[in-house]
Design a protein around this ligand. Structure first.
Ligand code: ADP
Ligand code: MG
Length: 243
C-alpha cells in the first residue's frame, strides 16, 4: 500500500506516567480519506498534530509519504492543508482574502490565484457573492466551506481535518459533506479526518481507525469494520451508544 502517513511505534505523554498514545502502529492509504474515530480525550487531536509536527512523539517515527518529518517545517507544512473545528477564519479579512492569503504569501501569480479560487468556490458550492463579505456575515455551514477552501488553496498533498463539521448543525452538515465529497472526487487529496461521530466517519471515509484511551482498537477498510467490529467497544460505537 502507498501510505500518506505511517505511525511506527508511537508513544506520547504530556504528563510523566500518563500515556496519551500507546504504541500506535498505522499505515494510512494515500489518495483516500481515513477517519480517526474515538471519544473525547482518546488522543485523536494528538495523533493529527503529530503529523504536522505541532506535537513530537516520545517514541517512534512518523513518515509522511514515506519520509520522516524533515527539519524545515515551514516548507513541509505548506504541502499540508489543516482545518479545525469552527473554521478558524480571520474575522477582519474578507472570505476571499482568507482563502487566498497563503497563495499570495507564496508569490503565486494573480491569474493562478483567481483560477484556483474560482474552482474551489464552485466545487464547494459557494456563491460568488460570499467573496467580498466577511466570515461573520456567513452561515456556519458557509464558513466551514470557506475554511475547507482555505485549507485546499495550495493544492496540498495531505489534508488534516480535526472535527471540521462538528459545529455545523446536522441538517446543514449534510450539504457540507456533499461539497467535501465533491472536492474529494475532483482532487483525490489524501485526507485524515478526526471525528467523534461514527456516522460521519462511515459516510466520508474508506478507511476507519478506532481509538480508545490512546490505543488503536481496530483499523481497516470501512466495509470490513462494519462487517466485523473487533470487540464490544467498536460494536457499541457503531450502534451509536457511546456518543
Ligand atoms: P481528543 O482529540 O481525542 O479529544 P486529545 O488528543 O486532544 O484527545 O487529548 C488526549 C489526552 O491528552 C487528553 O487526556 C488531553 O487532556 C491530553 N492532552 C492533550 N494535549 C495536551 C497538552 N498539550 N498538555 C497536557 N495534556 C494534553
Ligand atoms: Mg480533539
Amino acid at each position: 500500500m502507498n501510505a500518506c502517513v505511517s505511525f511506527e511505534g508511537i508513544g506520547k505523554s504530556f504528563v510523566p506516567g500518563q500515556l496519551v498514545l500507546d504504541d500506535v502502529n498505522l499505515s494510512l492509504p494515500a489518495g483516500a480519506t481515513t477517519a480517526i474515530v474515538g471519544e473525547s480525550g482518546s488522543g485523536k487531536t494528538t495523533l493529527l498534530q503529530l503529523v504536522n509536527a505541532v506535537v513530537r512523539p516520545d517514541q517512534g517515527t512518523i513518515r509522511v509519504f514515506g519520509e520522516p518529518i524533515p527539519e524545515d517545517l515551514v516548507k513541509f507544512r505548506r504541502r499540508i492543508g489543516y482545518s479545525v473545528q469552527g473554521a478558524g477564519l480571520f474575522p477582519h479579512m474578507t472570505n476571499r482574502d482568507n482563502v487566498v492569503l497563503l497563495a499570495r504569501l507564496e508569490g503565486w501569480a494573480s491569474a493562478d490565484i483567481e483560477g484556483r479560487y474560482a474552482s474551489l468556490l464552485e466545487q464547494m458550492g459557494l456563491p460568488e457573492d460570499v467573496s467580498d463579505r466577511y466570515p461573520g456575515e456567513l452561515s456556519g455551514g458557509q464558513q466551514q466551506r470557506v475554511g475547507l477552501c482555505r485549507s485546499l488553496m495550495l493544492k496540498p498533498r495531505l489534508l488534516l481535518l480535526d472535527e471540521p463539521f462538528s459545529t455545523v448543525d446536522p441538517i446543514t452538515r449534510v450539504g457540507v459533506y456533499e461539497s467535501f465529497q465533491n472536492v474529494q472526487r475532483h482532487e483525490g487529496v489524501s485526507t485524515v479526518l478526526v471525528t467523534h461521530d461514527m456516522r460521519e466517519a462511515v459516510k466520508l471515509a474508506s478507511t476507519l481507525v478506532i481509538v480508545n484511551q490512546g490505543r488503536v482498537v481496530q483499523a481497516g477498510p470501512t466495509a470490513d469494520v462494519l462487517a466485523k467490529p473487533d470487540g464490544d467497544y467498536v460494536a457499541a460505537l457503531l450502534r451509536g451508544q457511546l456518543e
